[in-house]
Write a protein that binds this ligand. Structure first.
Ligand code: ACO
Length: 322
């Protein structure tokens, strides 16, 4: 038995911050950001929160799947930037969409959060404990970014993506293989000590923002991600050449290009939206998946690799037949 993705949805805040806008805020240039990261613009939340963006993404995923909120058994929300410590964002979403029969909780594994939540839902559903789940990846990273640090503030964006998953009648459709790993000994490469209670505090309290060793993150991603993708494929006797689309965490375009090269697969198999939404951490994979699904770029029967990687350090991959 396995699980399949039956619906996708996403939500982005209205406000767009371009590289040109950033030139007015820190010493940087559109040329530097574009060349090093491929990012041109990102969405920034003003009134929106992790919970409100997630609720909207869920309504759209449920509508795409033809399901009602009351039919949902489980809500897993992956985020590392919730507005509140208690209650969890997943419970706020449950209330907002009226999924009164669901069990709801959050998962934090940074940029691998969505992928780990998907794997958790797989375990729950295959065990028979739940029939279906809403899996959400959502971030409002703009509230924990240091807007005076040009090394990090140009990278991140806000948004939410969601998928509705359920038991698959046929074992050949849905998740076919999975890998995951963590290396807590390298946690110091990318961290945020604690979150600011509101936006102003982020400036007043030193250390309350995302701190990153960019070079180390880059090296980790280009070595570890191809390796974990190869492992997931080998388990089911596939090679990278068998895959139609690699839906990777959208950290930056240079990382995606380096991974494609290491797997010996052309960039036409690596769709991306990092140029338009930046790095949205947990939200990156479901945001891109929704974009591909709604624009008809994924055909039934195609093979996809989903892969997340980030702070922790954490990484993982899923092979999915659509
Ligand atoms: N604009 C202009 N100059 C900048 C900027 C900026 N926004 N940021 C840094 N610089 C400067 C640096 O100060 C440095 O100047 P110096 O030579 O005078 O000291 C110079 O540019 C080069 O800096 P590096 O950090 O060496 O630049 P690098 O080529 O490594 O690129 C980058 C930095 C893009 C962050 C790269 O290391 C990278 O892609 N790392 C991966 C990190 C990442 O994607 N993190 C996302 C979160 S984790 C995740 O999602 C997996």
């Amino acid at each position: 038995m396995t699980i399949k993705i039956s619906g996708t949805g996403s939500a982005l805040p209205e406000k767009i911050l371009t590289n040109k806008d950033l030139e007015q805020m820190v010493e940087t240039s559109d040329a530097w950001i574009s060349e090093r990261t491929g990012i041109k613009e990102r969405h920034i939340a003003e009134e929106d929160s992790v919970a409100s963006l997630s609720a909207e993404a869920c309504r759209r995923a449920l509508s795409d799947a033809g399901k009602t909120a009351e039919e949902v058994d489980l809500i897993l929300l992956a985020t590392c930037s919730p507005e509140m410590l208690l209650p969890c964002s997943a419970c706020q979403v449950q209330s907002a969409i009226g999924a009164k029969n669901a069990v709801a909780f959050d998962i934090n594994a940074a940029c691998s959060g969505f992928l780990f939540a998907l794997q958790t839902a797989h375990a729950y559903i295959v065990s028979g404990m739940y029939r279906n789940a809403l899996i959400i990846g959502a971030e409002v990273l703009s509230k924990i970014v240091d807007w005076e640090d040009r090394g990090t503030c140009v990278l991140f964006g806000d948004g939410a993506g969601a998928v509705f998953v359920e038991a698959s009648e046929d074992d050949h459709t849905g998740i076919q293989s999975m890998t995951a790993g963590s290396d807590g000994s390298r946690g110091g490469v990318l961290y945020c000590r604690e979150r600011a209670v509101d936006y102003k505090d982020a400036f007043e309290n030193e250390g309350i923002h995302i701190c990153m060793n960019g070079g180390e993150v880059y090296k980790f991603a280009v070595r570890q991600v191809p390796d974990c993708i190869e492992k997931a494929l080998t388990k089911i006797d596939l090679t990278p050449g068998d895959i139609d689309l690699f839906v990777l965490h959208q950290a930056n375009l240079r990382i995606i290009e380096a991974i494609a090269k290491r797997l010996h697969v052309g960039m036409e198999h690596f769709p991306y939206n990092v140029d338009r939404v930046g790095n949205t951490s947990s939200a990156a994979i479901p945001l891109l998946l929704d974009e591909l699904n709604k624009s008809g770029k994924i055909q039934k029967g195609q093979l996809l690799v989903l892969s997340g990687f980030g702070a922790g350090l954490t990484y993982g991959a899923c092979v999915v037949r659509w």
